[in-house]
Write a protein that binds this ligand. Structure first.
Ligand code: NAP
Length: 234
């Protein structure tokens, strides 16, 4: 069984790779940093910057040559950015967030579906922020809402593949280290909830969350392709 995971160097992506390597699957992963603990266990890794490197789409396409099928592709790489108001968020930062969280997934999917490759399932890691649009989550919320629609559009074009956007719940990762280290700020209400969840079972580590997602895959496939789901509500 072949799997592809983007953002494999930390957090949820790293956890997903661990779970599948434990199962003896063939795991392909991309990120800028090389997760040496995983490559030592057989992860096939490509160092790639998803932030607008003009060579990245071709490097990815060439890397895929010879890989004919994937049981599941996890579009997991993501950038949070700083929690701040829209008016204080530079355009440059918004463009970068859209490039990593949305547009890179477009060329990744286009490369995957070239050369008659078969892909059984695509899970795009979204976020509750794609729906809530809480103050402060600026480009991240916009990008995850756009990701949900991107996935719906591809589902309409690629009916032989099952697609979903999945909010994974809270994960104790680098993103949450940043969020829970911010000073209390009445403008950004969810920060208090996140601080309270850190260190509890409400915020599992990447590997624990990955196990829940892998178990949920068959259930996701029962839903209409292209939809949004939240793992906490399955
Ligand atoms: N943590 C949460 O509570 C939470 C909640 C809801 C949704 N999510 C979503 O879950 C996914 C995983 O997040 P996480 O919490 O595991 O975050 P994380 O630990 O910060 O991991 C992010 C991953 O994305 C990769 N990445 C970021 N920028 C990249 C770039 N320019 N090029 C290539 N790869 C890049 C990173 O690899 P390199 O830095 O090595 O490139 C890393 O492997 C994200 O899509 C996130 O939005 C997380």
């Amino acid at each position: 069984m072949n799997l592809l995971i983007t953002g494999v160097s930390s957090g949820l992506g790293h956890g997903l790779a661990q779970v599948y390597l434990d199962q003896g699957a063939t795991v392909y992963g991309i990120s800028r940093r090389v997760p040496e603990d995983l490559t030592a266990r057989g992860l096939i890794h490509l160092s790639l910057d998803l932030n607008g490197d003009p060579n990245a789409p071709n490097r990815f396409k060439n890397w895929l040559i010879g890989m004919n099928s994937f049981a599941c592709v996890f579009l997991n790489a993501g950038k949070l950015g700083e929690i701040r108001d829209m008016k204080d968020t530079p355009m440059e930062d918004l463009r970068e967030t859209m490039e990593i969280n949305v547009w890179s997934n477009k060329w990744i999917l286009d490369a995957l579906f070239s050369e008659d490759r078969t892909v059984k399932q695509v899970v795009a890691i979204s976020s509750g922020a794609s729906i809530t649009g809480h103050r402060g989550w600026n480009g991240y919320s916009i990008s995850k809402a756009a990701l949900n629609v991107l996935i719906k559009l591809y589902a309409g074009e690629r009916t032989e593949t099952h697609f979903c956007s999945l909010a994974p719940g809270l994960i104790d990762s680098a993103m949450q280290d940043y969020l829970t280290s911010l000073p209390p700020d009445d403008r950004y209400q969810p920060l208090e909830i996140l601080r309270k969840a850190k260190g509890t079972e409400k915020m599992p580590d990447g590997e624990t969350c990955a196990r829940m997602i892998v178990e949920a895959l068959p259930k996701l496939r029962e839903k209409e392709s292209g939809g949004y789901a939240d793992i906490r509500k399955l």
